[in-house]
Design a protein around this ligand. Structure first.
Ligand code: NAP
Length: 326
């Protein structure tokens, strides 16, 4: 018999006993379960970020249509990019395309290499004051010597649809309403979609950046998960990761998390995106012990963009003062 996984799948029935505690009747498609003596190994089940992202985008498009009908105006996302980094330009093109697919306007601001922090702040301030722009995205990394934090802070919180300002982060930590940093917010939606039990589970987040690892840890804590936040100074990382029910890899190093670090049945979220479509997890070797795993590409990436688009539609609705709730 298979050991019970630390996750629940939507395809499973939940039965409630008289004690009020839930027990699981496993009825749906589950990862292949392989007996290894007393141990059970899982052949990982993929978490389909593309499919969920499409549903989020469809929902955003419906919001945009409602806004257009009620206001006769078109919601708009401004994308600001500095310099000529090809990868950054590709990301921005993808975001603009999704924005237009959802029926919104995409306002392009492209600044040359050598732009100063002051000039960038001036451009963002103009967008902040422009009532026809509802969301502002500053593509990062921004080239040196720009002070990224100063530039981010020029985005007003009501237009911070990428969730990068310190005010947004503070609200996220406190569990208050805000447009959230898109990658961790997309990950939370994936965890919910696959009914991963967060309450009381142990998550190990590897990476502490302000746009990913830190808000990820906060969102999980707010969902009653016990969180260990690791970074480059963490000692004995493999042994910490081995205790995780949920692993969030946000390191920026290809195949960094090894298969041997993964507890049998763990859920793996690979937020990494490295050259050659390679994630931060050694996917081939982590697939076996994992109960659920995000592929790269097709996992976290599509959810990040879909969250951005959905939050832009929501920002427009709020600025027009109309209810575009799902
Ligand atoms: P980042 O700002 O470079 O942060 C990387 C984090 O990893 C830092 O906190 C760093 O620790 C930690 N780290 C580095 N080496 C480590 C090691 N040997 N052991 C443990 N921790 C280590 O990167 P980021 O912006 O958060 O992005 C992380 C990854 O997510 C990248 O692969 C990026 O491409 C990807 N990403 C994907 C999306 C998407 O939409 N899919 C969006 C954003 C980012 P220190 O703080 O100690 O330096």
């Amino acid at each position: 018999m298979c050991l019970r996984r630390p996750i629940r799948s939507r395809t499973e029935d939940t039965a409630y006993s008289s004690s009020g505690r839930s027990s699981l009747r496993l009825t749906g498609t589950l990862p292949a379960c392989i007996m290894l003596g007393m141990e059970t190994a899982y052949k990982g089940k993929l978490m389909d970020g593309r499919a969920l992202a499409q549903r989020v985008l469809d929902r955003a498009k419906a919001k945009v249509n409602r806004i257009k009908q009620e206001t006769r105006a078109t919601p708009a996302l401004a994308t600001v990019i500095v310099g000529d980094d090809p990868a950054s330009h590709t990301y921005v093109r993808m975001k603009r395309k999704r924005c237009e697919d959802a029926g919104m306007k995409s306002v392009r601001v492209e600044l040359p290499l050598g732009t100063t922090t002051e000039a960038l702040v001036d451009e963002i301030t103009k967008l902040a004051q422009d009532t026809s722009v509802h969301g502002i995205l500053l593509q990062h990394p921004v080239p040196a010597p720009i002070d990224k934090r100063t530039a981010f802070e020029a985005i007003p919180i009501e237009k911070d649809v990428d969730g990068v300002t310190s005010s947004t982060l503070g609200r996220v930590i406190l569990g208050l309403d805000a447009f959230k940093p898109c990658t961790p917010a997309g990950i939370m939606q994936l965890l919910e979609e696959y009914s991963v039990e967060l309450d009381g589970a142990h998550a190990v987040v590897i990476g502490r950046s302000p746009i990913l690892g830190r808000p990820m840890a906060s969102m999980l804590i707010n969902a009653h998960t016990t969180v260990t936040l690791c970074h480059s100074r963490t000692r004995s990382l493999p042994s910490i990761v081995r205790t995780a029910d949920i692993i969030i890899a946000a390191v920026g190093k290809p195949r960094f998390v090894k298969g041997g670090w993964v507890k049998v049945g763990a859920v793996i979220i690979d937020a990494g995106y490295n050259e050659g479509n390679i994630g931060d997890v050694d996917y081939e070797n982590a697939l076996e012990p994992a109960s659920l795993i995000t592929p790269v590409p097709g996992g976290v990436g599509p959810m990040t963009i879909a969250t951005l688009i959905d939050q832009t539609a929501q920002a427009a609705a709020q600025q027009f003062g109309i209810d575009a709730a799902d």
